[in-house]
Write a protein that binds this ligand. Structure first.
Ligand code: SAH
Length: 363
């Protein structure tokens, strides 16, 4: 049993079974032992690989997208340029390099990273060292100073904890993490139903509620509606009302049991884009999309960017560009995971036209 697991056992012995939300918060974000606090999960040797780590094209296109949205906002100076959960800082390093075509943008941005992990902050600092742009860190979005702001979040919302409710005797009962008869962590149900959940369901069905993601989206949308700005969120997720759970533990590119070895595996869920869009609209902002990530990147010109890179590449590099293109944007039309299952959602003030990549009526 690892240290974090014994700590969770102690908490359960003291407080009784805890919600899945609290369990996920401990497993991911415990200050010393949480997954994101204590390790570097990315890359071929890590537990998963993200789009900016696959190709520089991803961050570059997002950099150019940000320049364009900033011009659409009337080019405010200063503008907060905020990345949520920047990982190894690769996306932002690529975005800032691409944005050199717009020196006025680089001059106007006040760069802010929202990141809780100390080891990752250090990696991010090194990644931006050559960019010529200063960055300030915050542990929470609420700490970012007021004013117009462009927020970018790649694979951030999927790392926020969720609650599960199971349709059982008397109604929806919250799924709790407790100790089973062998003394191991196991799932159980709250003794009383949650009366605020009025949805119909079938016995045994699970409802997954990303309360933390919805609350974060509401706060960002409220800010964008009142102070100006935009948000671009990219994540693995779905856009239709869905039932069932999507909780996954990933360790060294393999699925693992979410209740084993907490803090050593990444815990994620698929993002409920419908819920996030509704939250953004309810807060007075305008959601755009979601659009499949492959389609979004194609509309932003990933093919043209790949062609430009290939002109300066040798045969081995060209093959790398082609395989990255295929993974990110489904170059051959194959339904690869990243191109079709990942989605992009934008949020702007209500009067704002659809940002690049989110134009409707396009194939
Ligand atoms: N955007 C990066 C990394 C995604 S992983 C990429 O695409 O490669 C999630 C990132 O969010 C990590 O940097 C992690 O440390 C950070 N993170 C996770 N939960 C967080 C929270 N609640 N607050 C701030 N940062 C968080």
């Amino acid at each position: 049993m690892n240290l974090l697991e014994s700590l969770i056992h102690e908490i359960i012995a003291q407080d009784g079974p805890i919600s899945l939300e609290r369990y996920m918060t401990l497993a991911l974000a415990h200050p010393e032992l949480g997954y994101y606090r204590s390790r570097q999960p990315f890359g071929a040797e890590g537990d998963f690989i993200t789009a900016p780590e696959i190709s520089q094209m991803f961050g570059e296109l997002i950099g150019l997208w940000s320049v364009e949205i900033w011009r659409g906002m009337g080019a405010p100076n200063p503008v907060r340029f905020v990345e949520l959960g920047p990982g190894r800082g690769v996306l932002m390093a690529d975005a800032l390099r691409a944005a050199r075509v717009a020196p006025d943008f680089l001059q106007a941005i006040d760069l802010r990273f929202v990141e809780t992990s100390e080891p990752l902050r250090e990696v991010q600092r090194l990644a931006l060292a050559g960019s010529g742009v200063a960055v300030a860190w915050h542990a929470r979005v609420e700490e970012v100073p007021a004013g117009p702001a462009i927020f970018v979040a790649n694979e951030f919302f999927d790392a926020l904890p969720v609650r599960h409710y199971v349709c059982a005797e008397g109604g929806w009962r919250e799924r709790l993490v407790g100790l089973d008869c062998e003394g191991k962590l196991g799932f159980g149900l709250a003794p009383e139903p949650e009366l605020k959940l009025a949805a119909a369901g079938e016995r045994g069905e699970i409802l997954e509620l990303g309360v933390a993601a919805i609350e974060l989206m509401s706060a960002l949308a409220l800010r964008i509606a009142s102070q100006g700005g935009a948000l671009l969120a990219l994540d693995y997720g779905y856009d239709a009302p869905a039932r069932g759970e999507t909780l996954q533990a990933l360790r060294r590119h393999r699925f693992a049991d979410p209740l084993r070895d907490p803090g050593e595996a990444d815990l994620t869920t698929h993002v409920d884009f419908r819920a996030l869009s509704l939250a953004a609209a309810a807060a007075g902002a305008q959601p755009h999309g979601p659009v499949a990530q492959g389609e979004f990147l194609r509309r932003l010109g990933i093919f043209e960017r790949a062609a430009a890179l290939r002109r300066k590449a040798d045969a081995r590099q060209s093959a790398g560009i082609d395989s990255a293109l295929e993974r990110l944007a489904g170059g051959s039309g194959a339904p690869t995971d990243m191109a079709n299952l990942f989605k992009a959602l934008a949020v702007t003030p209500r009067s704002f036209p659809a940002p690049a990549g989110f134009e409707t009526g396009q194939a």
